[in-house]
Design a protein around this ligand. Structure first.
Ligand code: HEM
Length: 202
């Protein structure tokens, strides 16, 4: 009895600690990024630097979200599953800032220009589909929707696998010649998707 209470307590403490680490390591970099931008410390092209940082940050967090289940299963650490939603929400936050920076600084909030970009540049079209899907997942991630949507909730949230693929293509098509980094990301994505292969039903 005392053993099971202390076991549950240690799980609670571990989960809280992990969540605190995730909050810190996700929020601090983005705050420092904008602080550096305001202090003009991001080099010759601060807009590009901010778009790059938030785009890569979003992709890293998406991949981490996908890594949680295989890690929890492999090492029998069920409590890890409790941080999946938090990681996913930070992935969305980074992606949101990524898109917002593009619309604010590159396009000066000109929505006609955004429409032109979506039509003319396939990598922007793909990015738009990815952020729309990611927004749907972020909104429906709250428990209210999970309860209300029943089985369709899981079906919708399986879109994470499609999002990973779309973001990989978006990244690959966005670069002009330097394809090594996006290729590495795509390979990692495929490895993680392979580990989750049983789930591929939309
Ligand atoms: C409407 C949606 C989106 C727009 C308009 C957009 C826009 C851009 C732009 C302008 C770039 C830089 C291309 C360049 O350097 O010339 C870029 C790169 C990138 N984007 Fe997006 N993006 C969108 C969605 C997303 C989403 C949802 C993610 C991730 C979850 C993402 C991740 C990335 C990554 C990883 C890069 C490469 C970073 C770099 O090398 O600079 N993007 N995107």
């Amino acid at each position: 009895m005392t053993l099971s209470v202390s076991y549950k307590l240690s799980i609670k403490v571990k989960t809280k600690l992990l969540k605190a680490i995730i909050h810190l390591t996700s929020l601090l970099p983005i705050c420092l990024l904008y602080l550096s931008a305001f202090n003009d410390e991001l080099g010759a092209d601060p807009v590009e630097a901010v778009i790059h940082f938030t785009g890569i940050g979003a992709f890293n967090l998406l991949l981490l979200t996908l890594l949680v289940t295989p890690l929890a299963k492999q090492f029998k650490q069920g409590y890890l599953m409790k941080v999946r939603r938090l990681l996913g929400l930070y992935a969305f936050t980074y992606a949101f800032f990524h898109v917002l920076n593009f619309i604010a600084f590159d396009l000066q909030f000109n929505l006609t220009l955004l429409f032109d970009e979506v039509v003319k540049r396939p990598y922007i079209t793909i990015g738009l589909i990815a952020i729309l899907l990611l927004t749907a997942l972020a909104i429906t991630s709250i428990n209210y929707f999970k309860r209300k949507m029943g089985k369709s909730w899981q079906k919708l949230h399986n879109a994470i696998y499609l999002i990973i693929l779309l973001v990989g293509i978006h990244f690959y098509w966005s670069v002009k010649s330097e394809v090594i980094e996006p290729t590495i990301y795509i390979v990692i994505s495929f490895v993680l998707l392979y580990l989750r292969r049983r789930k591929f039903t939309l």
